[in-house]
Design a protein around this ligand. Structure first.
Ligand code: FAD
Length: 140
């Protein structure tokens, strides 16, 4: 049983080194639990999609919610799925500051990552667009 979960949060200390450690940790541990996904960050905000078995995703999200490196963790979207969309990434990465602003403007009032002000469906559509425009790095 596969599920997809999407959440947003605010970094407590949005230094590149902190994000690198989170990505390294994700890429180290996700393969063993069969988790795949995308971590998008910009302007101190994280947007992460997690896919995998229902129990594995639920367990990981429980840990993530308690992680002191971020705050204001909000669930945006959760669904049972028949297939993965982000299966090529143990944890793909998108630095929003490096992408074409027209992609952000397509889905939001301003050219910034603000999943708090749009629906989960819109945030998921943004991730799909990032995938279609090859903006996601770190394919494994
Ligand atoms: P603890 O029980 O406190 O730590 C035990 C030890 O286990 C750690 O010292 C470490 O060496 C090791 N460990 C670390 N991660 C895991 C793990 N997943 N499973 C088993 N042992 C582990 N973590 C991910 O694994 N995948 C992600 O995709 C992911 N995305 C994140 C996104 C954001 C924005 C943030 C802030 C964190 C993310 N994390 C991710 C890290 C996650 O929040 C936890 O730090 C991690 O799951 C370990 O949980 P813990 O600190 O409660 O473990």
């Amino acid at each position: 049983m596969l599920v997809r979960l999407l959440y947003a949060s605010r970094a407590v200390d949005p230094k590149p080194e902190v994000i690198e450690v989170i990505l390294a940790q994700s890429r180290q541990f996700n393969p063993a639990t069969g988790i795949t996904g995308i971590l998008c960050y910009g302007g101190g905000i994280f947007l992460q999609a997690l896919e995998g078995g229902r129990m594995a995703v639920s367990d990981l999200y429980g840990h993530i919610q308690k992680d002191p490196r971020h705050k204001d963790v909000v669930l945006l979207h959760y669904e049972e799925i028949t297939e993965r969309r982000f299966g090529g990434w143990t944890m793909g990465q998108v630095n929003v500051e490096r992408i074409n602003t027209s992609i952000l403007l397509k889905y939001a009032e301003r050219a910034e990552l603000d999943p708090y002000s749009v629906s989960g469906t819109v945030s998921l559509a943004l991730l799909e667009e990032l995938m279609a425009t090859a903006s996601i790095v770190g394919r494994t």
